[in-house]
Design a protein around this ligand. Structure first.
Ligand SMILES: O=C[C@H](O)[C@H](O)[C@H](O)COP(=O)(O)O
Length: 225
């Protein structure tokens, strides 16, 4: 079965966690797309929820499908968030941010009681890092951060959008780094990166995930922490 169909079966399994009255965090990306589409259909059929979007793209899609979007401040706390990932390991650790939405995604995940990750089977890995780790940086500091990360052996590459620098929804830059060969523990790496002024957030999601749903062929593999 194709990755696209695996994304869809994972998404359809995840939306079973959504009930009327809930405030729901909506993730970003091609896998989250199927979840938002399914929730849109459930809303058309009477489901009553409020949702917080993790990106402008998600907000646009959800609104188009009739899902009521509110601000995070208004929501205060989310019952459940469903989001995709670029990689997920056996310890519920993730790399996210391939689509540049990591900052809002991490804020929403932090403020959610239950975080469900949906992915096709290619995203399930035994070790994180084949996918380059996105980090979000303040434009004022990006060039110097790239130099500093280079000196740490992390092969930083500033993400581009054609000839221009890629910009996130928060108007920041993204620098993708290579963590595959690093011997630093992921928790220590996360801490170390966060000590560099101008790094706003990293795409390492190490503690927030409660449930992982992987589409595998026609089936889903559900793992709970
Ligand atoms: O910034 C984007 C998000 O973290 C996505 O959830 C992640 O990149 C996975 O996206 P996709 O489902 O399109 O592979």
């Amino acid at each position: 079965m194709s990755a696209v169909n695996e994304k869809k079966v994972a998404a359809l399994e995840a939306v079973k966690y959504v009930e009327s009255g809930m405030t729901v965090g909506l993730g970003t990306g091609s896998t989250a797309f199927f979840m938002i589409e399914a929730i849109g259909e459930m809303v058309q059929n009477g489901l009553q929820i409020k949702a917080v979007a993790t990106s402008d793209e998600t907000e646009k899609l959800a609104t188009k499908l009739g899902i009521k979007i509110i601000s995070l401040a208004e929501a205060k706390r989310l019952d459940v968030t469903i989001d995709g990932a670029d990689e997920v390991d056996e310890d519920f650790q993730l790399i996210k941010g391939g689509g540049g939405a990591l900052l809002r995604e991490k804020i929403v995940a932090h403020n959610s009681d239950l975080n469900i990750i949906i992915a096709d089977s290619s995203k399930s890995v035994s070790k994180l890092g084949k996918f380059k780790l996105p980090i979000e940086t303040i434009p004022f500091a990006t060039q110097l951060i790239v130099k500093e990360l280079d000196s740490l052996g992390l092969s930083p590459v500033q993400r581009m959008n054609g000839d221009a620098n890629y910009k996130t929804d928060e108007n920041n830059d993204i620098v993708d780094i290579d963590i595959w060969d690093t011997h630093i523990k992921l928790t220590d790496l996360e801490q170390q990166l966060k000590t560099i002024p101008g790094i706003v957030e990293t795409g390492l999601f190490l503690t927030t995930t409660n449930v992982v749903i992987i589409g595998k062929g026609e089936e889903t593999i559900v793992r709970k922490k």
